[in-house]
Design a protein around this ligand. Structure first.
Ligand code: NAP
Length: 289
């Protein structure tokens, strides 16, 4: 059975590691903050003390860290344990510039590099129903790995193509969430019960399971993160950088980024991105949430 090393056991990585172990794969994990990785021992994962130990002997290496810099640092630290021919599935959202740098690193170490970000948040990650957006060589060693993590894999071309696709889908999700958060803050500010907004939308053509989940979070005041404000803000910058190079105006992504930065300044960086809601207010209306 294949051995998979997974670097980064945050919201997504921990859930993915559990599903890999459940599928019968040998799982070796590493996380900068080791305490977050330790619970995975009870799922059968080996918790390594550094990235090099984690990747040593693995057939497939997965990175699921915040951004390109974090991935680059972790893989540099993993270098003593890497060996030519290993598959590296880079599944974090790192953007167009970083994926090129990471590809170059992979080449210099003889790794088979696959650009493989995912669509889907905490719940699909836990259920093993992510959509894997994959680009690069479709190495067969990835088949059981992607099957354990996701319900669908889309192979979309050369390295970089999956990252570009990911920027479009995450931009869509960020914009949807931000529009909803803004509408609910407006309701609050206008003295309209946000639940009434829900009654108008529910069951109509603008309704969706996603909207229901995010609306429920704001109305109940439960901002436990599926995707943090901090990581969503990072993605708005990646989208803006890629769009600028392509000559495309992305006003909504930039506005969402501004809202996330205000929400972060109000102390909501580790909350779910729907906490962009708070950016609608000059001061955080925690009491009214
Ligand atoms: N959550 C989602 O809905 C979702 C969906 C699709 C894609 N993604 C993408 O997947 C990636 C992981 O997301 P997540 O939600 O799992 O994030 P998360 O819960 O915030 O976890 C981030 C991980 O990165 C690590 N990390 C951050 N900076 C680091 C550094 N400088 N060196 C080493 N490790 C570092 C963290 O380690 P510590 O524990 O030590 O802080 C943690 O393991 C991100 O690129 C995100 O954009 C997320």
């Amino acid at each position: 059975m294949a051995t998979v090393a997974l670097l980064g056991t945050g919201i997504m990585g921990a859930a993915m590691a559990r599903n890999l172990a459940k599928a019968g794969l040998e799982v070796r994990v590493w996380n900068r903050t080791e305490e977050k990785a330790l619970p995975l021992r009870s799922d059968g994962a080996f918790v390594a003390s550094d990235p090099a130990e984690a990747v040593s002997g693995a057939d497939v290496v997965i990175t699921m860290l915040t951004d390109g810099d974090a991935v680059g640092e972790a893989m540099a630290a993993a270098a003593p344990g890497l060996r030519a021919g290993q598959v590296w599935a880079q599944m974090s959202t790192v953007g167009v510039a970083a994926i090129e740098r990471l590809d170059a690193f992979a080449r210099s170490h003889g790794l088979v590099f696959v650009d493989a970000p995912v669509q889907g948040t905490r719940q699909p990650a836990e259920a093993g129903t992510l959509v894997v957006l994959a680009a690069g060589p479709a190495d067969e060693r990835l088949t059981p790995v992607f099957s354990a993590i996701g319900s669908k894999t889309l192979w979309v071309g050369e390295v970089g193509a999956a990252t570009r696709l990911k920027l479009t889908t995450v931009g869509f999700g960020i914009a949807l969430t931000s529009v909803l958060a803004e509408a609910l803050a407006l309701a609050e500010g206008l003295g309209v019960d946000p639940a009434l907004f829900g009654q108008v939308i529910t069951g109509g053509p603008m309704d969706s399971p996603y909207l229901q989940a995010k609306m429920k979070a704001v109305i109940s005041g439960d901002y436990s993160p599926s995707f943090t404000v901090r990581n969503a803000e990072k993605d708005t910058r990646l989208i803006a950088e890629a769009a600028a190079t392509a000559g495309i105006a992305v006003d909504l992504a930039e506005a969402a980024g501004e809202r996330f930065r205000r929400a972060e300044a109000q102390g909501h960086g580790d909350d779910d991105m729907v906490a962009g809601y708070f950016a609608g207010f000059a001061a955080s209306p925690a009491a009214s949430a």
